[in-house]
Structures are given as C-alpha cells and as structure tokens.
Design a protein around this ligand. Structure first.
Ligand code: UDX
Ligand code: ADP
Length: 465
C-alpha cells in the first residue's frame, strides 16, 4: 500500500513516543515520524533498548518501526515533509526569573514554534500535546503567523490524559480524547482531520470537541482534581494514625459512594510524576495572574499537603527509630514515582532520600527500572558517600536498620521478608509508604511495622527487643 498521509511529532519523550506508536499501529495509511533534538534519545528509539519503559510499548514499536513509524533527528526536513505536526516537547516548571518555581517554562515550546515557522513551506496543522498554560495556543498562533508568508497554521489543543506505567492501555482505551480548536472554518476543518485519526480506534462518542481554551484548561483541572483526591486521603491518613481509624477502611467506605468513586484514594507517602505538581502550580500561577488569590490558595493546598506528607513520613522514621538516624542504614525500596515506569520526576523517594541524608543516615536505594536515575536526581549529594544504589533488593536490605517502601512495585510484595529480616540489624523496621505489604505477617516475623494511616505495630516492651 502506498503511504500518503503524514504525521510528525516533535519531542520523543514519555508522551510523544507512546502516543505516536499507538497512532501508527491503528492508522496504517499514515506515515508517522518522531523527531527530537536529543540524538541519543532518537538512537535509543531506533535500538533494542527503548528510552522509555512502558508495558506493551516495545512490542508495538517493534511491529511498526521502519513500516510506518520512524524516529529521526532531521527536524528541518521533517517539518517540510509533514502537514500534521504534534508538539510534545517538555514544559517544566520555570527554574528562573518571573514565575520561578510556579509558571511553565515555555522556552522549548517557543523554540519549536519558531522551528516550524522557519522550515514550513506549506500550511500546517499544529497540535499541542504537551500540557501548557491556558492561552498558549494563542501565543503559538501569533508566532506562527508572524511572517505573513501566505502559509496558514491552525493550532489545535489535544491534551494527553494517559498515565505512565499504563500508557499503552490508556492510549488504546481512553476514557475520552479531547480536541480543542479555534471556532473558525479552517480551525474546524483541522479538528475534523484529527477526529478522523482518533476515530480509527476510539469510539466517536468518546472523542470530545471543545473550544481551545476549555481544552487547555481541562488538562490542568483534571490533574488538579486527581492530585486533590490523593492529598485529601493523605491528609486524613495523618488523622487516622492518631485515632486508630484505618485509612484503608475509611477510603473503602468513602469510595463506595458512587458520587465519589473508589479510584485514586490510596494513601501514600505522596504523589510524584512530571505532571501533578507542575500543573497545579501552573493553575495557581494563572489564578494569581487574574488576582484570584482565594482560588490560588485553595489549589496550592494540594501541593502543600503533598510536601507535608513526605516530611511527615521521614519524621515518623526519625521518632520511631529513637530520635536519631545518624549512621543508620536505611533501604529505600523503589525510586520511580510509581510502579511500572523508570521515570523518577518528582518522585517522593527523592525528597525522602534528601531528608534522610540531612539526618546523616546511610541511604541504600533499589529499583528494578529507575536505578540509573539516582545519579541524575541526587547528583549534588553523591559526594556525601552515603548514597548506595544496589539493584538486588535482598542485597540492598542486608545490614539495614530499616526498609521503606517508596514505590508500589509488584516485585516488593513477593519478596521473602523472613530472609530479609534475618539479614537486617535488629530491631528491624519497615515503613510501608504505599501500604502494599502484609503488615500482620511482617509483624509476626519480628518487624516493627509502620504504614500510612494505620496504627504502628511494634514489639517494643516485648522479648523481641
Ligand atoms: C497523571 C494523570 O493520571 C494523567 O491523566 C496525566 O496525563 C499525567 O499525570 P501520571 O503522573 O503518569 O499521570 O501517574 P498517576 O497514575 O496519575 O500517579 C501520579 C502519582 O500519584 C504517583 O506518584 C502515584 O503513585 C500517586 N498515587 C496515585 C497515589 O499516591 N495514590 C493514588 O491513589 C493514586
Ligand atoms: P514528556 O513527559 O512531556 O513527554 P519528555 O521530557 O519525556 O517530556 O520529552 C520531551 C522531549 O522533547 C525530550 O526528548 C526533548 O529532547 C524534546 N525536545 C525539547 N525541545 C525540542 C525541540 N525544540 N525540538 C525537538 N525536540 C525537543
């Protein structure tokens, strides 16, 4: 079959890579190209070891690569050749200047807009895939139309709602696909082209269209609502620990109300990931810019509780381990921000490791996918000599005073904790930051068990000490 229609994606990261792989799989008449300024990343996408770990991704990439899915670093040619361009470059929180620590850093995104403008020889549909502040599409259109060269650009907003670790499932069976456009004739035509692409595998009733600002705002609000649920349950977990209520029982009772729903009510050491904190701070910044300070304060509380939860976790370790962690060896089980991903952006394990190092502890870190990132995330503290990445969890636990579950990897539920207990310093402590282990069994083995939102189970005062 001759390939005629062409799609380009600028940015081959966690969003661009999986999304384009799934589009290529379901749209055989399209040729899908992904470009990136990072040559190493492109080389990895073209190799056997993909730069992004997602269950099911490798299989699709292997099937489509070279057929209708191509990874390239020739951005200039790709822009010339393709009329449908997805943009999924990174938009981190600004680390400098006005809005530092709050606003989105749009430098990569603006560079991309200018690259498109400089190399385009025909009209293009430009699709915002990265999460962006509301009204970014307007700025993008202004840049794209700044040369008045007869080429027209239609900007669409098509935020990605997939979650890492389940990206392929989420892309294959999305709850909804959202497409926002300017309500002009060409804007609506562009929207319809994108609707047709998704309609290859997504039922029409799940493809929502909206005005472009609603679309941009919906992404920020969806993430803010999700994060708010976690902060709400985490705030109550602190109260449970004081009152003998059990957060799992409370979550279950609350979640069975069909108006509330049971998902995203797992108490934890805190949420991480590249989106939640960034998007909420973005929302807060936006509200402050419109002088909506009460609204900004309300949403900022979600991030404040998340920081509190991480600090509280370490404080709990400190007080329960006799008010000193200096020289004690503590193994963090998990470094990724959630299971089934190698991504460590904003992972609670980073903050916990930093607090523990601040208490002069020896910090052992283990993770099945994310261990390489220890150097990246804690690079400034490596010369303390107190960070020890060890891939085998049994080795990691050896000689430790405490274990702390940071990531809910299935692997950690299946370990032989009896064996681990005997290799540790006694009294031995487990702090289950994800409430995934069998706490009664661990207690019976001899561990002192601390979890989130439950009363601790300790042997203090018994012969085990
Ligand atoms: C999130 C959104 O879910 C997704 O729709 C959006 O496109 C991107 O941001 P992601 O950050 O990849 O996805 O993962 P998510 O599953 O939402 O988890 C975020 C964090 O919350 C993780 O650290 C996770 O462990 C934590 N979490 C999640 C909890 O602590 N408790 C829960 O009940 C659920
Ligand atoms: P996300 O989680 O949003 O996908 P990532 O950081 O994983 O974010 O991916 C964004 C990708 O965009 C990175 O691989 C980065 O190199 C790439 N990128 C950033 N700016 C440009 C640009 N101007 N042209 C091409 N690629 C870019």
């Amino acid at each position: 079959m001759e390939l005629k229609k062409k799609i380009l994606c600028i940015g081959a990261g966690y969003v661009g890579g999986p999304t384009m792989a799934v589009i290529a799989k379901h749209c055989p008449e399209y040729q899908v190209t992904i470009v990136d300024i990072n040559n190493e990343r492109i080389a990895a996408w073209n190799s056997e070891e993909l730069p992004v770990y997602e269950p099911g991704l490798e299989e699709i990439v292997r099937q489509q690569r070279g057929k209708n899915l191509f990874f390239s670093n020739d951005i200039e040619t790709a822009i010339k050749d393709n009329d449908i361009i997805f943009v999924s470059v990174n938009t981190p929180t600004k680390a400098y200047g006005e809005g530092k620590g709050m606003a989105a850093d749009l430098q990569y995104w603006e560079k991309t807009a200018r690259q498109i403008l400089n190399h385009a020889e025909s009209s293009k549909i430009v699709i915002e895939k990265s999460t962006l502040p509301v009204k970014t599409a307007l700025a993008m259109e202004r840049i794209l139309h700044s040369q008045n060269n007869g080429i027209s650009f239609d900007v669409l907003s098509n935020p990605e709602f997939m979650a890492e670790g389940s990206a392929i499932d989420d892309l294959e069976k999305p709850d909804r696909v959202l497409i926002g456009c300017q309500e002009t004739e060409t804007g609506c035509q562009a929207r319809d082209i994108l609707v047709d692409i998704y309609a290859h595998w997504v039922p029409r009733e799940k493809i929502l269209t909206a005005n472009i600002w609603s679309s941009e705002l919906s992404k920020l609000v969806a993430n803010a609502f999700l994060a708010q649920r976690i902060s709400s349950v985490n705030a109550i977990s602190a109260l449970c620990e004081k009152t003998e209520a059990d957060i799992a029982e409370v979550s279950r009772a609350v979640g069975l109300d069909s108006r509330i729903g049971s998902k995203f009510l797992n108490a934890s050491v805190g949420f991480g990931g590249s989106c939640f904190k960034k998007d909420i701070l973005n929302l807060v910044y936006l509200c402050r810019a419109y002088d909506l300070n009460e609204v900004a304060d309300y949403w900022e509380g979600v991030v404040r509780i998340n920081d509190y939860q991480k600090k509280r976790f370490v404080l709990n370790m400190l007080t329960s381990m006799f008010n000193t962690l200096a020289g004690k060896r503590i193994a963090l089980f998990g470094f990724a921000f959630k299971a089934d991903t190698g991504d460590t952006r904003e992972s609670p394990a980073i903050d916990v490791a930093r607090h523990l190092l601040g208490e002069m502890a020896e910090v052992v870190i283990t993770d099945p996918q994310a261990l390489d990132n220890v150097h990246l995330e804690l690079g400034d503290l490596l010369d303390t000599g107190r960070i020890h990445p060890i891939s085998d969890p049994y080795e990691a636990a050896k000689g430790c005073h405490a274990l702390a579950i940071m990531t809910e990897w299935g692997l950690y539920k299946q370990l032989d904790y009896e064996k681990i207990f005997h290799s540790m310093v006694h009294p031995s402590f487990i702090f289950d930051g994800r409430n995934i282990l069998d706490h009664n069994r661990l207690y019976e083995m001899g561990f002192n068990v601390y979890s989130i939102g439950k009363m601790p189970m300790t042997h203090f005062g018994t012969e085990l000490l």
